[in-house]
Design a protein around this ligand. Structure first.
Ligand code: UDP
Ligand code: MG
Length: 315
């Protein structure tokens, strides 16, 4: 199998047929061997009927994975990756915002550039509200600062991978899957390809502000433990402040012979204790962070290739 297309669908009844036709249209003279894996992520409309109808005609190149309820796009992506068997694997939305013509470009690129392992499409210009763009940029800046991974700002999960990358992604056993982070974490050479995002033809986007916010928090929690140990840093700062204030009160009493007021003693004690408390919480956080990282059981490293002299001689 040359190519597997992974298509997560949630309430996309009007788009299924259109999507399939678009794929046919653009693949016609370019990609012949391919499979389309639709994941019906607990749609409440007639998406399943539409998929079944299509399957009756094109069962050879189609697979339907029917979820028992809505598990979210990340889960759908994983199910698709696990089912895929293509040499190349593409994740693409069902709503036609990501034209299949770019898939042809992505596959051609990987065919011609053996040094690259995946292609990620990024939006040339984002047609979103300014405030959303602002917060998205802020989020990626923060992510890149506090995590070990580098996430390319405008890159989407519209991507094509070689088989070895897919196998590595599948190896990550974590349950809270923040795909963009995972794609960055596994490494490999990724080419970032600009693309124009189309208008949604039918239906509406499933992203609300609240969902975006939860997604951002999930992303940070999945790849960074900095927030857990933040309190120890604040704790240290407050403790230092407390000591400085203490010295000030001591000088006031001893040198300037002023009687320390109850107020200043109280402030010193409060500062000192809250500093120590925050610091202790930070230490707890540190252990929790270690535990959290361990519990994810990610592979310790990923080998892309092993050049072994012994092997060469054997062959
Ligand atoms: N999707 C999904 N499960 C969900 C939400 C979305 O499988 O819980 C699918 C959806 O059907 C579409 C793709 O993920 O194919 C992208 O969703 P959407 O268009 O809402 O996202 P946007 O384009 O606005 O980022
Ligand atoms: Mg969309």
């Amino acid at each position: 199998m040359k190519l597997s297309l992974i298509v997560p669908c949630f309430n996309e009844e009007e788009n299924i047929k259109l999507f399939y036709d678009e794929v046919k249209k653009y693949f016609k003279h370019h990609i012949h061997q391919y499979e389309i894996i639709f994941i019906n992520d607990g749609s409440q409309d007639k998406t399943y009927n539409e998929l079944k109808r299509l399957y009756q005609k094109h069962s050879k190149e189609m697979t339907i994975i029917q979820f028992s309820r809505n598990f979210g796009k990340e889960a759908a992506i994983l199910a698709g990756l696990r089912k895929s068997s293509g040499e190349y694997v593409t994740i693409i939305d069902a709503d036609l915002q990501q034209s299949p013509r770019y898939v042809v470009e992505m596959v051609n690129f990987l065919e011609q550039h053996k040094e690259y392992d995946s292609v990620a499409a990024y939006q040339k210009s984002r047609e979103e509200r300014k405030i959303i763009i602002f917060f998205k940029n802020l989020f990626y800046k923060l992510m890149n600062k506090i995590t070990e991974i580098e996430i390319y700002q405008s890159a989407s999960d519209f991507r094509t991978f070689r088989r070895n990358v897919v196998e590595t992604i599948e190896q990550l056993p974590e349950r809270c899957r923040f795909s963009k982070g995972i794609f960055a974490w596994v490494g490999f050479n990724t080419y970032f390809m600009p693309y124009d995002v189309e208008q949604r033809v039918n239906g509406e986007s499933k992203w609300s502000l609240m969902k975006l916010w939860t997604y951002a928090l999930d992303g940070i929690a999945a790849f960074s433990t900095t927030p857990l140990i933040l309190s120890s840093i604040i704790g240290i700062i407050i403790t230092i402040l407390a000591f400085m204030f203490m010295i000030y009160v001591a000088i006031e009493t001893v040198v300037w012979k002023e009687k320390a007021t109850g107020y200043s003693i109280l402030i010193t004690v409060i500062l000192l204790l809250s500093g120590i408390q925050l610091f202790s919480i930070g230490i707890l956080g540190h252990y929790l962070a270690k535990n959290y990282t361990e519990s994810k059981q990610r592979p310790i490293y990923v080998v892309k290739e092993c050049v072994d002299r012994k092997k060469e001689y054997d062959e």
